[in-house]
Design a protein around this ligand. Structure first.
Ligand code: NAD
Ligand code: ZN
Length: 393
C-alpha cells in the first residue's frame, strides 16, 4: 500500500476467539538455536571469520586486562582497519571478576552507547570472560547477539560452547545465570601460544572429562597427544580442539536447557565446585579442581565395584601424566577434608537434599548415583595415591 510519503507496512490478522472453557489456555515459545564454531589456526583466519559474522554491525569488544594487552587490542585494531566500528572495554583478569559487580559495570557501559539492538557484543578471553559477557548479553535489552572468541584451551573446548552463561555469587559458583546461545564462536588455537602451562593443563582436564563420559576416541586422542599439546604443536592442538568441540556440541544438543538434572557432563564437578568454593575461587584452577573431582568419582566407582581397577588406573594415570593434581595434597593450597565435606553439604542443601555423583564405569559410560555417602566422599578425597592399585601404587 502506498501513500504520498512512501510505503506502509501492512499487518492484517484474523485471530479466532475461543469460547470460555475450563481448560487452561496454552502459551508456547519454541526456539532452536544453531551457531557455527569456526576453529582457526591463526589470527588472520580468525579475523576473516569474525568479520564475516559481524557483517555491517558495530562491535562492543569485551575482554579482561590480560587478554586485552596480549590479543584483544590487536584484534580491535584489525576490525577497525576493515571499517568496522569497534568500542572496547576490559575488567581485571581472574575468577573474582565473574561477579554481579562486573556485570553491572558492563551493563552501564553498554547503556552508555556501546551497543544498539542490532549491534554485536564480542566476548574475547577465557571462561571468566565468556561466562560473564554472555550473561550480560542475555539480559541487556532482553538479549543482544554475542560472539565468543575464546583464548584459553578451557574456553576453546568447553566454556565458549553450549550457552551456559553466569556470574558467581559468594554463596555458590554460577548461581546467577541463564541459557543464552552465542551467535557464533571463533576459536583461534594460535592464542594458546601465550597461555601458561598450568592453564593449558587445566583446559586438558575438561577434554579428559568428555573423553571419559562419552568418547573413548577423544580419551585415546588425549592419551596419545597430550605431550605434543603441552609442547603447543599446532596440529595436535587443532585435532584435540576439533574433537573436543565436536563432542561437547553433540552432548549439549541432547539437553541444551538441562531439563534432566542427571548430567554426565558434571563428572568431577560436584567435588570440583566445592573445592573452588572452599579455596575462595582462585588459587585452585577450575580444571585442577575438576581433575581432583574426577579422581574422587573414579575411586568411589572402583570401590563400589562399578569400575575395574585397570579402568581407574587408566583415567587417573592420564590426569597424572598431563601434570594435573590427582589428590588434595597436590593442590597449591592446603584444603582440610572436613572443610570440603562442609562445602559439599552446603551444595546438598541448595539442591533439595541430594547430591548427584557421576561415576564412571568404563570409557564412554557412566552411572549417576544420588546415594554416595559422606564417608565414601571422605575416603575418596583423602585417599593417598599410594593406596591405588597397580601402576599407581
Ligand atoms: N559455561 C560453561 O559451560 C563453562 C564450562 C567450563 C568452565 N566454565 C568456567 O570457565 C571459567 C574458567 O575459565 P578459564 O580457565 O579459561 O579461566 P580465565 O578466563 O580466568 O582465564 C585464565 C587466565 O588466563 C588468562 N588468559 C586468557 N587467555 C590467555 C592467553 N591466550 N594467553 C595468556 N593468558 C590468557 C586470563 O587473563 C586469566 O588470567 C570458570 O569460571 C568456569 O566456571 C564455564
Ligand atoms: Zn567445568
Amino acid at each position: 500500500m502506498v501513500n504520498g510519503a512512501g510505503a506502509y507496512q501492512v499487518f492484517s490478522d484474523r485471530l479466532a476467539v475461543p469460547d470460555v472453557a475450563e481448560e487452561p489456555l496454552l502459551s508456547g515459545a519454541v526456539r532452536s538455536d544453531w551457531y557455527p564454531v569456526h576453529i582457526t589456526v591463526d589470527e588472520s583466519e580468525a579475523l576473516e571469520r569474525l568479520a564475516d559474522e559481524v557483517g555491517d554491525r558495530r562491535v562492543a569488544l569485551i575482554s579482561d586486562d590480560t587478554v586485552h594487552a596480549l590479543h584483544a587490542h590487536r584484534l580491535a585494531g584489525a576490525l577497525a582497519d576493515r571499517g568496522i566500528a569497534v568500542s572496547t572495554t576490559t575488567f581485571p583478569a581472574g575468577e573474582a571478576s565473574k561477579s554481579m559487580a562486573t556485570a553491572a559495570r558492563l551493563l552501564d557501559w553498554l547503556a552508555s552507547g556501546a551497543v544498539r539492538r542490532r549491534d554485536v557484543v564480542v566476548a574475547m578471553g577465557g571462561g571468566v570472560v565468556v561466562d560473564t559477557v554472555g550473561w550480560v548479553a542475555s539480559v541487556y535489552m532482553r538479549g543482544v547477539p554475542y560472539i565468543n572468541v575464546p583464548t584459553t584451551l578451557l574456553a576453546d573446548v568447553d566454556a565458549a560452547l553450549g550457552g551456559k552463561v553466569a556470574v558467581d555469587h559468594h554463596t555458590a559458583k554460577n548461581l546467577i545465570g541463564a541459557f543464552y546461545q552465542p551467535k557464533a564462536v571463533v576459536t583461534n588455537i594460535g592464542y594458546i601460544d601465550t597461555l601458561d602451562d598450568r592453564q593449558l593443563r587445566s583446559g586438558l582436564a575438561e577434554a579428559v572429562k568428555k573423553g571419559i563420559i562419552s568418547s573413548p576416541e577423544l580419551f585415546e586422542l588425549t592419551e596419545r597427544s597430550h605431550a605434543r599439546i603441552l609442547a603447543r604443536e599446532p596440529e595436535a592442538l587443532r585435532r584435540l580442539v576439533h574433537a573436543a568441540t565436536s563432542v561437547k556440541c553433540r552432548l549439549v544438543e541432547r539437553d541444551p536447557y538441562e531439563r534432566d538434572l542427571a548430567r554426565p557432563l558434571n563428572l568431577g564437578h560436584t567435588v570440583g565446585h566445592a573445592l573452588e568454593t572452599v579455596t575462595g575461587y582462585g588459587p585452585v584452577l577450575h580444571g585442577e579442581a575438576v581433575a581432583v573431582g574426577i579422581v574422587a568419582a573414579a575411586l568411589t566407582s572402583e570401590r563400589r565395584g562399578l569400575l575395574p581397577t585397570d579402568g581407574l588406573e587408566r583415567m587417573v594415570g592420564l590426569l597424572r601424566d598431563i601434570g594435573l593434581p590427582i589428590s588434595l595434597s597436590q593442590l597449591p593450597v592446603d584444603v582440610a577434608v572436613e572443610d570440603l565435606i562442609g562445602a559439599l553439604e552446603q551444595i546438598r542443601k541448595i539442591r533439595d537434599g541430594s547430591l548427584r555423583f557421576v561415576l564412571p564405569t568404563a570409557l564412554g559410560e557412566v552411572v549417576i548415583a544420588d546415594d554416595v555417602s559422606t564417608d565414601e566422599i571422605r575416603a575418596a578425597v583423602s585417599a593417598r595415591i599410594g593406596e591405588f592399585a597397580g601402576s599407581l601404587r
